[in-house]
Design a protein around this ligand. Structure first.
Ligand code: AMP
Ligand code: GLY
Length: 422
């Protein structure tokens, strides 16, 4: 078996390491991957959005299976293009990836099918949005319709902030065409839970729940980032909440997509908020989350390739998915200054491999044959433990053994989850 994994971050590194447990796989190519994963996959200098080049590479190299991990290629139709030349893929086609590609689509879907989410209005011109905001309840949440590198959401605590956000998206076009339409929605409160699930378009099987830490600084302060760390399972996702989510959110979403003629196959990510009125959908992602994947996949005890194939072939069953009865924590080590300005090019020193610990590299490049820092988020250090407390302790201890200049990490990943357990 020869496989390609499209994408180049920590999530893709975690997918590649999990796939490698299957010994029938001869070769994994990462397109483009990064220098930090060169020992686990062959790096191919093709960008994740260069669909023509991806298709050509897959055909030329007789690829047997493709995993398309990031949102951009999925929304652009990478799976459709690969399948059209006979390469089976894990990931939704373009018609289904719209569940993440358009917030207007996903909000309208939830409304039409009675799936719990924040109430909202859609606007396609700035004047109407600005008129609406004069009397809208505050705080409010402004979301650009399309993909915006995770930056398209503004929580406006004042009316002025809401006005600024609308003008930025619709008049100044800071997110380009992604902001031509916007969603203005109700501000929800409660703990957030991420649930990544496998689905073949009919059966939906959640993996272990997780909690992201999106802000740059301790105590959830500072700017929003791509994610500074994760833990799993998420203590707020109790059995009762899980049952309610399956009945009111997961199955209705998969069924709704079928009814719309947009059957979703792949990893469907539910970003949930557990409000006092029950769980509500904050967002859907059409893919594995980053850095959620770095705690969820290490806790998966079954063969990832078989599950991915079953999702694609439409024969997924619940008993295929086995989850370790343990906890995991991933501490992200970033370049100091991220998500603002930062320097790169510092040599990374990796510790020897230890049991139940792993490092997933997100931003690294080669320089004079050495692996050096090459991005804002450089890598994630994951540890598995019998308890969440152990996992956190071990992840921090292992991350102490990684070194590069200007390294920055939060010191409180999992702290809130631990408090919730007590
Ligand atoms: P998203 O890009 O949709 O994940 O939004 C980014 C973050 O904004 C989420 O993880 C939440 O923390 C927050 N957020 C999004 N929508 C809402 C909402 N309706 N109420 C409160 N917070 C929200
Ligand atoms: N961690 C959130 C995401 O992958 O979008």
């Amino acid at each position: 078996m020869n496989i390609i994994v499209v994408g180049g971050g920590g999530r893709e590194h975690a997918i590649i390491k999990k796939l490698k447990e299957n010994k029938s796989i001869e070769k994994i190519y990462a397109l483009p991957g990064n220098a930090g994963m060169a020992q686990d996959a062959e790096l191919v200098a093709i960008g994740a959005k260069d669909i023509d080049a991806i298709v050509k590479f897959a055909t030329d190299n007789k690829i047997d299976f493709a995993v398309v991990a990031p949102d951009d290629p999925l929304v652009l139709g990478c799976v459709d293009a690969l399948e059209a030349v006979g390469v089976p893929c894990f990931g939704p086609n373009k018609a289904a990836a719209i569940i993440e590609g358009s917030k207007v689509f996903s909000k309208n879907l939830m409304k039409k099918y009675g799936i719990p989410t924040a109430t909202y209005e859609v606007f396609t011109d700035a004047a109407s949005a600005l008129e609406y905001i004069k009397t809208a309840p505050i705080p409010t949440v402004i979301k650009a319709d399309g993909l915006a590198l995770g930056k398209g959401v503004v929580i406006a605590m004042t009316r002025e902030e809401a006005v600024d956000a609308i003008k930025a998206a619709m008049e100044d076009k800071v997110f380009g065409e992604s902001g031509s339409s916007i969603v203005v929605e109700e501000f929800l409160e409660g703990p957030e839970v991420s649930v990544l699930s496998f689905t073949d378009g009919n059966v939906v099987v959640p993996m272990v729940s997780s909690m992201d830490h999106k802000r740059a600084l301790d105590n959830d302060e500072g700017l929003n980032t791509g994610g500074m760390g994760t833990i799993a399972p998420n203590p707020y996702y109790t059995d009762a909440v899980a049952k309610e989510c399956m009945e009111k959110i997961f199955l209705p979403t998969v069924n709704a997509m079928n009814t719309e003629g947009r059957s979703f196959k792949g990893c469907l990510y539910f970003g949930l908020m557990i409000t006092k009125d029950g769980p509500k959908v904050i967002e859907y992602n059409c893919r594995f989350g980053d850095p959620e994947t770095q705690v969820v996949l290490p806790l998966l005890e079954c063969d990832l390739l078989s599950v991915m194939k079953a999702c694609r072939d439409g024969n997924l069953t619940e008993d295929m998915i086995k989850i370790k009865n343990a906890s995991a924590c991933c501490v992200v080590m970033a370049s100091k200054g991220y998500p603002g300005k930062y320097e790169t090019g510092f040599e990374i020193t990796f510790p020897a491999k230890e049991d139940n610990k792993d490092i997933y590299v997100a931003g690294a490049k080669f320089s004079d044959g050495k692996v050096v820092t090459g991005g804002g988020r450089v890598l994630g250090v994951t540890a598995i433990g019998d308890t969440l407390e152990d996992a956190i302790k071990e992840a921090y201890a292992y991350s102490d053994k990684v070194s590069f200049e200007n390294a920055y990490r939060r010191s409180d990943i999992g702290k809130r989850a631990l408090a919730a357990l007590k």
